[in-house]
Design a protein. Structure first.
Length: 358
C-alpha cells in the first residue's frame, strides 16, 4: 500500500522542514516585490477583467506607456503571476467534485504533490494545520468518479478519512473570478477592458465535443493564457486567423475563460480559510447569492454532502476573518452550522502546480 496509486511521489521530506524552506522562498519573493504600487495593482485588476487584453489598451486605461505595462508584467511574472486559460466545466460536459482527505502529517506534503501532478485535479490545498488535503477533481458528466474516489485513494497509505462532494452550482469562482482586495479601476476603466466578441461573430457554435486542435489550444492556454498567436498556431496546426476565430467562439459561448493566479497575500489577503455551511434548502440559493457578493469570499458553491455550501474566505488577518464570521456571516440566520479550516498551503492552483506555500 503506497502513494503510487495516485502517481509517483517525491522523496520524503519532514513536514516542518518543508514549511520553513518554502516560507523562506516566499519571504525572498516578497522582499523582491516589496510593495505593489497603484500601477501593479491596476495591471492585476485589468488582467482579471481580460487576461488577454493588449498591453497598449491596459496602458491607456492606466495612463502609462505600453512599455511600462510590459515591464511591470515581467516583474509580476517573476513573482509568480500567471494568466491561465481554462474551460468552464459546466459548459464542456464535466462535473466537479470537492474531495476532502484526512491524512497523517508525515505524508501530507507528498500526497498533496502527487495529487497536484494529476491532470484532472485543481486547487490542491493543505488545510487544518497540515492534517487535511482538499482538492477539486474534474470528471465527464455521467461518468463515475470511481477511478480516484473508489480505487486510487482507498489504496493510498497515509489517508485516514475522506469525503467527496459533487459541486451542484458555482456562485463565485471560475468565470466569476474573485475581485476582492482590488478596487483600483473605476467603472469606466473596467468597461474599457471588458472583453466583447467581434461584431457580427456568431456565438452559436457548440462548445462540447472538442476536436484535437481545440484540446491542444486549451492545453497551451492552461500553461500561458497570454500565449501569442504564433505559439497557439504552432500548437494547434491552425492558421493565426483560425486561432483568433476559435478563441472568440470559445470565449463568446463561455466555454473558455481566463483567470489570474497570484499570491494574494501580496494584495493583502494573508489569512485564508475554507468554510463549510449547512443552509435550509429553501434559503440555499438566496444565501449563496448573498455570499457571492461578499468581497471576503473568493469561492462559493452549493454541494452535496453533510453540508450544502462551501466557500473560501480571503481576509487580511485572523482578526479580519473573525470579524467577518461574527458580523456579515452571522447576519444570515439561514446558515445553521459552520465549520472553518485555515488554508496552510496551496500546492496547485487552477492551472499549475505551485512550488511554494501561499
Amino acid at each position: 500500500m503506497s502513494c503510487s496509486s495516485i502517481g509517483p511521489v517525491p522523496p520524503s521530506t519532514p513536514f516542518t522542514a518543508g514549511i520553513l524552506r518554502n516560507t523562506s522562498a516566499i519571504m525572498a519573493i516578497m522582499k523582491e516585490i516589496t510593495t505593489l504600487d497603484e500601477v501593479d495593482r491596476g495591471l492585476i485588476h485589468a488582467l482579471r477583467i481580460d487576461g488577454r487584453a493588449p498591453f497598449n489598451r491596459i496602458g491607456t486605461v492606466l495612463g502609462v506607456s505600453t512599455q511600462t505595462v510590459a515591464r511591470r508584467y515581467r516583474k509580476l511574472r517573476a513573482a509568480g503571476l500567471r494568466v491561465v486559460g481554462l474551460p468552464d466545466p459546466a459548459r464542456v460536459g464535466q462535473s466537479q467534485w470537492v474531495v476532502r482527505l484526512t491524512v497523517t502529517t508525515a505524508t501530507a506534503q507528498n500526497l498533496a504533490h502527487a495529487l497536484a501532478r494529476r491532470p484532472d485535479t485543481s486547487w490542491v490545498k493543505l488545510i487544518s494545520g497540515g492534517t487535511e488535503i482538499l482538492f477539486v477533481v474534474d470528471v465527464p458528466h455521467g461518468a463515475a468518479a470511481k477511478s480516484i474516489l473508489l480505487h486510487d485513494l482507498p489504496r493510498t497509505s497515509g489517508i485516514t478519512g475522506s469525503s467527496a462532494h459533487l459541486v451542484l452550482h458555482t456562485y463565485r469562482g471560475g468565470p466569476t473570478a474573485w475581485r476582492g482586495h482590488l478596487s483600483v479601476l473605476d467603472a469606466a476603466q473596467r468597461g474599457a477592458l471588458d472583453w466583447a466578441p467581434p461584431a457580427g461573430r456568431s456565438e452559436s457554435r457548440a462548445a462540447s465535443g472538442f476536436s484535437a486542435p481545440d484540446r491542444a489550444l486549451l492545453t497551451a492556454l492552461s500553461r500561458d493564457g497570454r500565449a501569442g498567436l504564433t505559439e497557439l498556431a504552432a500548437a494547434t496546426g491552425w492558421s493565426q486567423a483560425t486561432v483568433t476565430r476559435r478563441l472568440a467562439e470559445l470565449r463568446a459561448t463561455g466555454s473558455l475563460f481566463f483567470d489570474v493566479e497570484f499570491d494574494d497575500a501580496l494584495l493583502g489577503a494573508t489569512t485564508r480559510a475554507l468554510l463549510w455551511m449547512s443552509v435550509a434548502p429553501a434559503e440555499l440559493d438566496g444565501v449563496a447569492r448573498t455570499l457571492a457578493e461578499h468581497e471576503e469570499l473568493a469561492f462559493v458553491a452549493a454541494t452535496t454532502g453533510a453540508t450544502n455550501l462551501v466557500a473560501q474566505a480571503m481576509c487580511a488577518d485572523p482578526v479580519a476573518l473573525h470579524r467577518y464570521l461574527t458580523t456579515r456571516l452571522a447576519a444570515l440566520p439561514a446558515i445553521r452550522t459552520l465549520e472553518s479550516a485555515p488554508v496552510l498551503a496551496t500546492v496547485k492552483a487552477a492551472g499549475r502546480a505551485v512550488n511554494r506555500l501561499v
